[in-house]
Design a protein around this ligand. Structure first.
Ligand code: GLU
Length: 307
């Protein structure tokens, strides 16, 4: 093992709400190559914490697709739905630190009484001091008026003042499900993730995650957010925008397209296996070449062919 490999642990964390599409392939390729370029580890985690939106059979399909594309992970797969007691433990710790409170406000009440922030209505802490019962209510994190900043490796310096821009955010929903923001922080911490590479749709979540890391005394990974791939109508590829599932039959062509979207040198046609292509791409991987910005259209790529 090289020295770098002991220092770099990356991850890809798909939510099994739909099959892998071209946008998720680009994120998987970016996180894989960033890890492999320095001899690091690349872990895969199934983010099914919102079990109402996930289908267990899709997780197996996603893993099979990753393998067919040569995206082979290290170690065991972490599955969020198997970790709820761990999330509860973290929530209990935050409660002990007096950083959480129960909230009975409905979405409607919040929307009607709040200013719009970076990621929806800013919750101003109406229930902060009500000391409501935790049962049947959402649990929120009390945020501080301090500014949280980090240096994204592609998008540059990012700062948010959580109280002004986001408000006290939910860690456990009223229906008992843990929120993504809590689960992702605990998982990144438990998996000793040193580098997070993911789509820029999560850029605005990062300050919340850093705030939680600070509250729980967890180390802060380095962050790199790649532009989200959009269709010709400018919409993020997703199940909702009917992004087509990627097929392993087109693996090499789709990998070339993914590399193009990431501004990387594209291996020539001589590379006929995904594994060989990814090994070549890892050896020429350049973070500086990744386009800056939150979105990039994938219009000219085979991965975007919606026919
Ligand atoms: N599960 C998220 C998604 O599929 C990714 C979360 C993350 O990388 O932090 O978009």
């Amino acid at each position: 093992m090289t020295e770098a490999s002991t220092q770099y642990i990356g991850r890809f964390a798909p939510s099994p709400t739909g099959p892998l599409h071209f946008g998720s392939l680009v994120a998987a390729v970016a996180s894989f190559l960033d890890a492999r370029a320095v001899g690091g580890q690349w872990l895969v985690r199934i983010e099914d914490v919102d079990s109402t939106r996930c289908k267990p059979e899709l997780a197996q399909e996603i893993l099979a697709t990753l393998q067919a594309f040569g995206l082979v992970w290290n170690g065991d797969i972490l599955v969020q739905t198997q970790r709820t007691s761990r999330y509860q433990q973290a929530l209990d710790r935050l409660a002990t630190l007096q950083l959480t409170y129960a909230c009975s406000c409905s979405r409607r009440e919040i929307a009607d009484s709040s200013l719009l922030g970076i990621d929806g209505p800013v919750y101003r802490g109406v229930c902060r001091d009500k000391k409501l019962d935790t049962a049947g209510n959402a649990i929120r994190l009390r945020v501080a008026p301090a500014e949280i900043c980090f240096d994204d490796r592609v998008q540059g310096r990012q700062c948010q003042q959580l109280e002004r821009d986001i408000g006290d955010f939910v860690l456990k929903r009223r229906d008992g499900l843990f929120a993504y923001q809590l689960a992702v922080v605990i998982d990144d911490g438990d998996q000793n993730i040193t580098h997070v590479v993911r789509g820029a749709d999560l850029l605005d979540s990062t300050a919340r995650q850093i705030y939680l890391q600070q509250a729980l005394a967890l180390p802060e990974p380095r962050y790199l957010h790649i532009p989200v791939i959009t269709n010709s109508a400018g919409q993020k590829l997703s199940k909702q925008t009917l992004a087509p599932a990627i097929s392993a039959n087109d693996a090499c062509a789709l990998l070339r397209d993914a590399l193009r979207c990431l501004g990387q040198a594209v291996p020539d046609d001589g590379f006929i296996t995904p594994t060989a292509m990814l090994a070549s791409a890892a050896s020429t991987w350049k973070v500086e070449a990744i386009p800056r910005g939150r979105a990039a259209t994938g219009r000219h790529t085979a991965g975007m062919d919606e026919s």
